[in-house]
Structure formats: structure tokens, C-alpha cells
Design a protein around this ligand. Structure first.
Ligand SMILES: [Zn+2]
Ligand SMILES: [Zn+2]
Length: 360
């Protein structure tokens, strides 16, 4: 499938590019077939994109280009291959992180982002699988060799961020105190700086990059509140991150014609099992996601936060099954995300690099 769409008079294509780091940013990359996956089963992570050549020019995060890296594509299941939910968006020199689940700091380091140079962390909600990597990112970022953060650690999100920031600083006060006494850090540098917002709207605007926060529905009864998603715009490039949600109108509202739509998904081999109905009611199944993609028509749809089992108690549903079930309602470009997969969004294309790591 070579899906295209028109955005602002430009035609943008979703491409699948298998490339090596050596050629990134250095010109044209070669044609390659995506034949392997780093996941725990052999499956092409992309279905519906083309396998084609693409010109990749410019350094990361410069010009009109936006780079989106999946730092963690997993569920709460402790997995060595799929870390906790976290996504890096790079645009115009900014490093913005959305959620910091288990292992986000490791993935950022693999991706080659100095930990002290994260400009902001945006939270979708306060379930532990979305925030349990926060303290690692915050505290490790002080270490001079790993980034040596200058100034505070900026935390953005819905109501609750201030409470979380206070709690983090309280929890790590003993560490900050000894590092300060030891001459390692300046207490001011260690602050978690909360930016708390209520309702839908722009929560960050800097250097031409805009982040818009919008409410989503994590459950039918409104028990899990707040829960939000984000859309990032830079020039004509855009990405939407659904956060944890049931099918909700705001993803369609903010995701219509977005370049890259990152959506959560939950599925199991037997969707009818009564014990799983609570999980389904808190998330989006592949058929529902397909309907959302069909309505929003992104240049590329991709899955992250993939809830698909908890072996050995609940076997994993194959990724191919998730794709097949999505295809019941959607035939456009679709990628099953993997950790460290990067989407390069430029004026005309979205290229998918399966494993973009500079440090291993
Ligand atoms: Zn959640
Ligand atoms: Zn979650």
C-alpha cells in the first residue's frame, strides 16, 4: 500500500525504509525489505506502508523535520523488549518526552539523547506504567557525564503534576542532600518544575514547536481522571499520541489529517474471555483503532502501548493477528511499533527506521 494524502498542498507518503545509522542524515538511503523484527516473534512491524527508497537529509531535529522515537511500546508487563510507555519527539533542537515508563532513561541513552538535554516531560496520566521511569530520568540527568542538566526538570501535564513533583522531590531529598553536600549538584538544578493544566489547549510553545493537550477517556465511568493525549506540531509536521484511552472523539478531533498517529491498542487471542473485558473496556481494540485510523486518515498510523497478554498466565496475541483485526476496518498505512523505532517526518514523507540507536 502506497498511501498518500494531501496536507497543506503537499503530498506526504508513508514509507518503510530499512536503513543503517551510517546513512542517516547523509543522503539517500538504500532500498530494503523489512524482513525481521526485534520482537519476540517474526513479524514485519509494518503493514501497509511501501518498501521503497527515500531521501533522508539534514541532521536530526533541524529544519522542518520532526523525529519521533518510540522509547517504550509495552504494557505494564515487565518486558525486556518492550519497555514502559514513552515517546520522544524531536523538533527544532528540542527533545520532548511523552510519558516516562519503565526504562525510558535507558532508551534515551541508546537513542543518543543526553539525559540533561530533555526539555520537557509530558504526562498522559498517573498510572504507574507511565511514570515509573520518571525519577530515573530526573535524577540521572544531573550526572555530568550523562547530560549535566542546567536548570530544573520540567514536568507538564494535567492536574496532579504539582502533587507528583512535590512527592518526587520529597522522596529523593536525602539523595539531593548528600549530593549537594558532596559538591556534586546545585540544589536549584535538581528541582522538578511542574506545569499543570486543566482542560484542552496548548501547554507548550517554544521555537516553533507547539504541544496541545486534550482529554481522553481511559474508562467508561470517568474513574481514571485525568487522562489526556497530546498533539505536537512543528511547521507542517505533526504527531498525535493517544495516551491510554477507549475510542474517544478527541483523538478524531485532534488527529484528523495528522501526519503520524500513535495509538494504544489492547487485544488478546480470545477477545470474548470474561476476565479480559475490563481490560478491553479501558483500552482500544484493533477493530476500533482501525475505525479511528479510517476516520482520521493519518499519513502513518502506528501502534504503541501494546497490551496483548501477560505470559505465562495470559498468552500473547500474535502481532499479525492485531494487524489482521485492524484491517477489518482500515486499509491505510499501519506500523506496529517497536522500541527505538523512529519515524522521520519531513516535507514529503514519513520514513520508518526500525531500530535507531546510536549507543547500545
Ligand atoms: Zn493507564
Ligand atoms: Zn498504560
Amino acid at each position: 500500500m502506497n498511501a498518500t494524502r494531501t496536507s497543506g498542498g503537499r503530498r506526504r507518503q508513508g514509507l518503510v525504509v530499512l536503513t543503517s545509522l551510517a546513512v542517516l542524515g547523509a543522503g539517500t538511503v538504500g532500498i530494503g525489505a523489512l524482513t525481521s523484527s526485534r520482537d519476540d516473534e517474526p513479524v514485519s512491524p509494518t503493514a501497509g506502508g511501501t518498501t521503497d527508497a527515500a531521501a533522508v537529509t539534514g541532521a536530526p531535529g533541524t529544519g522542518d523535520r520532526m523525529e519521533v522515537t518510540l522509547l517504550g511500546t509495552g504494557s505494564p508487563v515487565p518486558s525486556a523488549t518492550r519497555f514502559g510507555h514513552s515517546t520522544l519527539v524531536q523538533a527544532n533542537g528540542l527533545n520532548l518526552v511523552f510519558d516516562a515508563g519503565r526504562g525510558a532513561t535507558i532508551r534515551l541513552n541508546q537513542r543518543g539523547v543526553p539525559l540533561g538535554e530533555v526539555d520537557g516531560v509530558f504526562l498522559t496520566h498517573f498510572h504507574s506504567d507511565h511514570i515509573n521511569g520518571l525519577s530515573d530520568l530526573w535524577m540521572t540527568g544531573f550526572i555530568p557525564a550523562l547530560g549535566g542538566r542546567q536548570g530544573g526538570f520540567h514536568l507538564y501535564g494535567p492536574k496532579g503534576v504539582e502533587h507528583l513533583a512535590e512527592g518526587l522531590m520529597s522522596t529523593y531529598d536525602l539523595d539531593v542532600s548528600v549530593r549537594e553536600a558532596d559538591g556534586e549538584v546545585d540544589r536549584e538544578t535538581t528541582a522538578v518544575v511542574p506545569h499543570e493544566f486543566d482542560g484542552d489547549g496548548i501547554v507548550f510553545e517554544q521555537d516553533g514547536v507547539t504541544v496541545t493537550m486534550f482529554e481522553v477517556e481511559h474508562d467508561a465511568n470517568g474513574a481514571i481522571k485525568p487522562a489526556v493525549g497530546y498533539r505536537v506540531d512543528y511547521g507542517e509536521s505533526s504527531v498525535l499520541i493517544s495516551g491510554d484511552t477507549r475510542p474517544t472523539g478527541n483523538v478524531i478531533k485532534y488527529g484528523t489529517d495528522v501526519d503520524l498517529l500513535l495509538h494504544e491498542v489492547a487485544d488478546f487471542p480470545d477477545p470474548t474471555l470474561p476476565v479480559l473485558q475490563t481490560v478491553y473496556s479501558h483500552h482500544t481494540n484493533p477493530q476500533q483503532a482501525g475505525e479511528i485510523f479510517a476516520q482520521t486518515k493519518p499519513a502513518m498510523a502506528a501502534y504503541t502501548h501494546i497490551v496483548r497478554g501477560a505470559p505465562p498466565q495470559i498468552p500473547n496475541v500474535p502481532l499479525t493477528t492485531i494487524v489482521e483485526r485492524t484491517r477489518e476496518s482500515y486499509d491505510g498505512p499501519l506500523t506496529v511499533g517497536e522500541d527505538l523505532m523512529t519515524f522521520l517526518i519531513d516535507d514529503t514523507t514519513i520514513s520508518v527506521v526500525p531500530h535507531y540507536a546510536e549507543n547500545e
